[in-house]
Write a protein that binds this ligand. Structure first.
Ligand code: DGJ
Length: 721
């Protein structure tokens, strides 16, 4: 049984395949978290209590004991898990145990994305109910163990059972104490065009915040943190990690207290979210996914990949191989017409591409990025036959057709803005800050949500559209709503995200066979919340393969390759100006959902042949690339080489990808050491026919024939024989 309760010592034992999470109802200290780590057998764990009494201390128990749900006014001085201001103007909250229930299956979270199950037997859920006697605030802490996926989910449901309004100021979806302070924090930091760089920092004697206040999870930080030991590597050692299934502002913390113990937490960002909870009302926090790995960072990522690919992502495309696409953005930007589009599509068909995507610029009068967002009506100057006309012509060439939208935005120069100037996020009397010359529609308003649903749906109904790229190109500034009373203005960011989720749910379920890909100025909202609605995301606007090594490597800490859009673009690269070979560009793009982002008509015949070959390879191995197990082998953040592998088809098909940044003189021969293969099995290299034992590939390594140029790559395909 993945969750048990021992009545005599009052311990809840949550067990995944390899982890345990032990909670205790302590008569004086309340709900404690005694342990989270490698799986323990059932049995005595309460002896750990003695280790928290310590010597005489200035501090109260709440700061010394491993409280599971820290609140204010208890003597706990870190980031509270729950905090509610009451009508008396204080935020004292003392939660005491009321009841608990252990039930099969997992509840869906109303209006929010969350891990789901397909059968109750996949999960067991524990709900512990606690209450503050004076205010009537009830907290239902919900834990679900997904035993086979070896992960835990956690969220809170907060209900006002009192007679007066409460203001929720802190709502951390998960907050877990860990023993000791010898941890290093890993977060995924970045900016536009350099998303999710892996940053690893020893915890100091100060609290650390990883956060977004942008109204989107954002380019700058990803809603994920991991704590690891100093000796944790990709292949070995412990990692405790949390990822939030949410697309808006968030806060993750790592705090070391004055007893040298650590707490990590993740949830909504209190800087930009406060919620008024009226008597009788409830508030559901987003869900956090918690993963513990004793098998290093790859063990952590394997667990995130499995759960995100199979139980966060949903729908028709979840388990299907994804089409090889070509997108016209970097080929034409806004300057296209039907003929140009069809020329690109024709050339793409010849090398085996399956889907053509028409990017920004097809609607309104959008010749630049300064107008027309909101006016989702085709520009007949560019496309005289409308979207239907161009889609049909693309179909006749033998390609499916996809279309770009940026539905959450409004240009001040648009018919929509002229008709509804109050539909954007704004504050009356203040200027409306434009970014990329656009404002954000106020999706906290139902009428605005309805407009977006209908505007996008009517285009999708009007033509044979098989794919949608859903873009979002700025963050929030005036994140307030003309539709709310002053006391609820600080709810706007979260209400926006709830509105967005309603829009996404309605549109994606009305067009179940359309493949949706998220995008936000590249990968600015690449999070598990978005992946619940759209199974893939544009990883970055930076398509320089050398930069992409780091971006894709970092993204893979949480998100599986099947979620990452990765395209071959022109050389020199439009973002960095770096020139690279077509082989390097294709070999890096093979690490995600493969596509092109250039005008193939401008390539040499030799380059076209290389593209044709790359498409052939992708088609032959995409089952393994998209559904196999992905493992990082060498980090581009640490050396001149990068490498990763995919193992699919129950271990029978293996793809190894290795890359070199700069050529070195007289370099010697670099070897890559694979992992997770069957030591006694034999693997045949598809190109050379050479056969290797799994043990040799893992322990003796595979030599890489030196490449005498910068930015080189090696791809090996092995078949188990
Ligand atoms: C940002 C995206 O990341 C790009 O791929 C492209 O779609 C542009 N927006 C279009 O404006």
């Amino acid at each position: 049984m993945p969750i048990s309760f021992n009545e005599s010592d009052k311990v809840f034992h949550l067990q995944g395949k390899t982890f345990s999470y032990c909670l205790m109802l302590h008569p004086e200290q309340g709900l404690l978290n005694l342990y989270w780590g490698s799986r323990l057998p059932d049995g005595e764990i309460t002896y750990l209590i003695n280790s928290f009494w310590g010597l005489a201390s200035f501090d109260l128990g709440a700061n010394r004991f491993p409280t599971e749900l820290p609140t204010r006014g208890t003597g706990y001085y870190g980031t509270p898990a729950v905090c509610a201001l009451n009508a008396q103007g204080n935020d004292l909250t003392k939660l005491t145990y009321v009841s608990h229930a252990i039930v099969p299956g997992k509840r869906r979270l109303e209006g929010l994305p969350a891990v789901y199950t397909e059968a109750d037997s996949e999960a067991t859920t524990l709900v512990i109910t606690l209450k503050d006697a004076l205010t009537g605030l009830t907290v239902e802490a919900e834990y679900t163990v997904l035993e086979d996926l070896d992960a835990l989910t956690r969220s809170l449901r907060l209900t006002n059972g009192g007679a007066e309004r409460l203001t929720l100021t802190h709502m951390q979806s998960a907050s877990a104490p860990l023993y000791g302070d010898d941890y290093e924090l890993i977060n995924l930091n970045g900016a536009w065009a350099r998303e999710r760089q892996v940053v690893r920092t020893p915890l100091g004697r100060a609290n650390t915040r990883v956060e977004s206040q942008r109204g989107a999870s954002g380019h700058e930080q990803n809603p994920f943190i991991a704590l690891v030991k100093k000796d944790t590597t990709e292949q070995a050692g412990s990692a405790w990690a949390m990822a939030l299934v949410y697309s808006g502002s968030f806060l993750a913390t790592a705090e070391v207290n004055n007893f040298y113990n650590t707490r990590m937490s993740i949830g909504l960002n209190p800087e930009v979210c406060r919620w008024q909870l009226d008597p009788g009302a409830s508030f559901q926090t987003p869900e956090a996914i918690l993963v513990y790995s004793a098998e290093g960072l790859n063990g952590m990522s394997h667990r995130f990949h499995r759960i995100i690919r199979t139980r966060v992502a949903r729908g028709y495309w979840r388990d299907k191989v994804r089409p090889v696409l070509i997108n016209n953005w970097e080929a034409t930007y806004f300057g296209f017409n039907e003929e140009l589009i069809l020329n690109i599509a024709r050339a793409a068909k010849e090398i085996g591409v399956e889907l053509f995507v028409l990017d920004d610029g097809w609607f309104g009068k959008r010749d630049r990025d300064n107008c027309s967002l909101g006016d989702w009506v085709v520009d007949r100057r560019k496309l005289p036959g409308g979207i239907e006309g161009v889609a049909r012509k693309v179909n006749e060439l033998g390609l499916r057709f996809g279309l770009w939208f940026e539905p959450e935005m409004i240009s001040p120069d648009s018919d929509l803005y002229r008709a509804h100037p109050d539909w954007c996020l704004h504050v009356d009397g203040r200027s409306r800050t434009e970014a990329r010359q656009q404002l954000i529609l106020d999706l906290s308003r139902k009428e605005v949500q309805d407009y977006v649903i209908e505007a996008v749906s009517s285009v999708l109904r009007s033509a044979p559209i098989s794919y949608v790229k859903w873009d979002m190109n700025r963050n929030m500034t005036e994140y307030f709503s003309g539709d709310q009373t002053p006391d609820r203005q600080m709810e706007t960011q979260h209400r926006y995200i709830l509105g967005l989720y309603r829009v996404l749910e309605e549109i994606t379920s009305a067009f179940p066979e359309v493949l949706f890909e998220g995008c936000s100025g590249g990968g600015g909202r690449f999070d598990a919340g978005f992946l619940y609605y759209m199974p893939q995301f544009w990883t970055s606007d930076d398509t320089d393969p050398v930069e992409r090594l780091g971006i894709q490597y970092g993204t893979s800490f949480v998100y599986p390759p099947a979620t990452m859009g990765a395209h071959v673009s022109a050389s020199p690269n439009h973002q960095t100006g770096r020139a690279t070979s077509i082989k390097m560009r294709a070999d890096v793009a093979l690490g995600g959902n493969f596509g092109f982002e250039l005008d193939l008509n401008k390539l040499t015949q030799e380059e076209i042949e290389a593209c044709r070959k790359a498409v052939e390879t992708v088609k032959a191995v995409r089952g393994t690339l998209q559904q196999g197990e992905f493992t990082r082998l060498e980090s581009p953040f640490e050396g001149n080489f990068a490498a990763w592998q995919f193992v699919g088809n129950e271990g029978r098909d293996v793809v190894l990808c290795a890359y070199q940044r700069l050529v070195a003189p007289n370099p010697g021969c670099h070897r890559v050491f694979m992992t997770g293969l069957c030591p006694d099995a034999r693997y045949r290299d598809a190109e050379s026919g050479q056969v290797f034992s799994g043990a040799a590939l893992m322990h003796a390594g595979l030599p890489l024939r030196p490449i005498r140029s910068d930015f080189g790559s090696w791809i090996f395909r092995f078949e188990r024989v």
